[in-house]
Design a binder for this molecule. Sequence first.
Ligand code: AP5
Length: 217
Amino acid sequence: MLKNIVLMGPPGAGKGTLATRLREELKLTHISTGDMFREAIKNETPLGKEAKAYLDSGNLVPDELTIALVKERLSRSDCENGFLLDGFPRTLVQAEALDKLAKEINRPIETVINLDCDQNELIRRISGRRVCKNCGAPYHVDTMKPKVEGVCDVCGGPLYQRADDNEEALKVRLQHYVNSTKPLLDYYRDKGLLKNFDSLVGIARIFDEVINFLSSK
Ligand code: AP5
């Protein structure tokens, strides 16, 4: 079973949704840099104050801040049995830093799962997404409704729409994806780590396909 996993894909491809299910099923530690930044913003920490303008506008938080955050998180003992990196790395500098860090802590990346999705579907997903304020679990107003409207199935927290889930910020996020993050697919393909999945097949099927792939190794 592969256990040290990077999840990649454009905004709205389903990284967070897949990670939420995989962490339950496989007991892996889920590390979402987006969730960590949003938590810091909510708690008004120095990191949160610095990151807020970047997130709200859809821009990337500077590499040095993001790398320091992941370095500290990955070195904790709950990552010893495997981790899911969701939203990191997003730039070549971050990918190279992750290689170095993984070597230092002796937890090498074992696979990179990429979720493919076309742009119209990304816009549909992002515009209808609602997220739990407490645990970050994602929902959709049409295709992934909670059992009780406005309430998280997982923890009972309130659901809200993210500040960057609007047309303007989404355009910026997609542009950063194309310019800075998509090129990392070649980086990981060259290392023999990349595995592509079509995220248009629906949440349940993609989950089964990924679980089958991870357990076949
Ligand atoms: P982050 O939180 O990572 O956002 P993102 O990459 O834009 O990804 P999303 O969370 O929008 O989408 P997702 O792929 O997780 O989709 P989801 O599962 O929710 O980052 C936010 C910001 O933080 C960045 O813009 C940046 O400012 C900063 N940041 C974070 N990491 C950084 C880094 N490394 N460097 C610099 N800055 C960083 O699904 C979306 C919707 O679709 C949901 O409603 C869901 O129900 C639905 N859905 C999901 N899968 C399916 C499916 N298979 N079929 C049908 N519907 C589906």
